[in-house]
Write a protein that binds this ligand. Structure first.
Ligand SMILES: *Cc1c(COP(=O)(O)O)cnc(C)c1O
Length: 337
């Protein structure tokens, strides 16, 4: 048996896309599929998002875009990250659109001008006179998930700078699309919500979204620790009393991070705590009784959410799912159409 199994539920991605289209009330949904679709698989997610009503795909780099172009020969593909002058020819022949955040606006390829309205990262501080190939103008929010006042201020700066333009205007990410109707403008660039993960770290069901990724494994060994015996490197978990533990053949090399000690997974349908130090190839769970080897362990899915793992690891769910290694030789990946 494989050490673990990832299942990508395309029906969930389609449903999340449809849900976002409904929320956007007329603005276009642009599906953000950078970083291999937040770890889910960019080509599969793109197809499902387009079927669910998305009208464009957004990636971070020319390389990601060229890979996606092979799977999606017709879709509109926008490269959000910075590109080099030498990329322009490749972008043109692959029919990509580029985002430009400085005053070197290339010719011969559709361009979106990026304004820095408070993110303090990529972007122009003023809108230059648009050239023939400029099709859109955009900005990016720094804290749409947590600071509505600052987000509103960024939106006001953007609207003032772009008043009167007939270019496509797009600023919203998932959090803004869900909470700030004025930010929806002509299109919203949604990533995390498409995967059924809450941009706010809460329950995605609150926003009508459903997780698309399931990650499961099985108990590979079950043993009884006597009081005083430990499991794993550093002896960070020492049994206070006789304790059954199960060993799961998934570790930080698979994307189950070392700081996930203390998180919860489902073992044989019951919530169980991850104990001891996560190693490269395995982690341990505390059991309340002896269970047979082969009992299923659900790491994501069936109510075990990336948002919860992120809380334990003191990060965001984005980083949890981007970090999972969904491919051979360690894991098997299945796609449910
Ligand atoms: C990643 C990204 C998004 C998507 O953000 P989510 O929070 O995942 O919806 C939107 N716009 C830009 C510029 C991005 O880099």
């Amino acid at each position: 048996m494989a050490r673990s199994l990832f299942t990508l539920d395309l029906a969930a991605v389609r449903a999340n896309a449809r849900r976002l289209v409904e929320v956007l009330e007329g603005a276009e949904l642009w599906a953000v599929v950078k970083a291999n679709g937040y770890g889910h698989g960019a080509a599969d997610v793109s197809r499902a998002a387009l079927e669910g009503g998305a009208t464009a795909l957004c990636v971070a780099s020319i390389e990601e875009a060229l890979g996606l172009r092979e799977a999606e020969s017709d879709a509109r593909i926008i490269v959000l990250g910075p590109s080099e002058t030498r990329d322009v020819e490749r972008a043109r022949s692959a029919r990509l659109e580029l985002v430009v955040g400085d005053d070197r606006v290339p010719d011969g390829v559709p361009v979106h001008l990026k304004l820095d309205t408070g993110m303090g990262r990529w972007g122009l501080s003023e809108l230059p006179a648009p050239t023939r190939d400029v099709v859109g103008v955009m900005s990016h929010f720094a804290s749409a998930d947590s600071d509505p006042a600052f987000t509103r201020r960024q939106l006001d700066v953007f609207r003032e700078a772009t008043a009167g333009t007939s270019l496509i205007r797009h600023v919203a990410n998932s959090a803004a699309a869900l909470t700030l109707p004025d930010a929806r403008l002509d299109a919203a660039r949604c990533g995390i919500a498409l995967y059924g993960i809450s941009p706010f770290g809460g329950d995605p069901a609150d926003d009508g979204l459903r997780p698309a990724l399931r990650w499961e494994s099985a108990l590979a060994q079950v043993k009884l620790l006597e009081a005083g015996q430990s499991t794993g490197y550093g002896r960070t978990f020492v049994a206070a009393e006789p304790t059954w533990i199960g060993i799961v053949p998934v570790g930080y090399a698979d994307g189950f991070r070392r700081d996930l000690t203390g998180t919860t997974v489902l073992v044989a349908g019951e919530l169980r705590l991850v104990v001891g130090t996560v190693s490269m190839d395995a982690f341990a769970v505390a059991l309340d009784r002896q269970l047979p080897v082969g009992e299923p362990v659900i790491i994501l899915g069936e109510g075990i959410r990336a948002e919860e793992h992120a809380r334990v690891a003191d990060t965001i769910a984005y980083e949890i799912v981007c970090g999972v290694s969904t491919g051979a030789p360690r894991a098997v990946r299945e796609v449910v159409p």
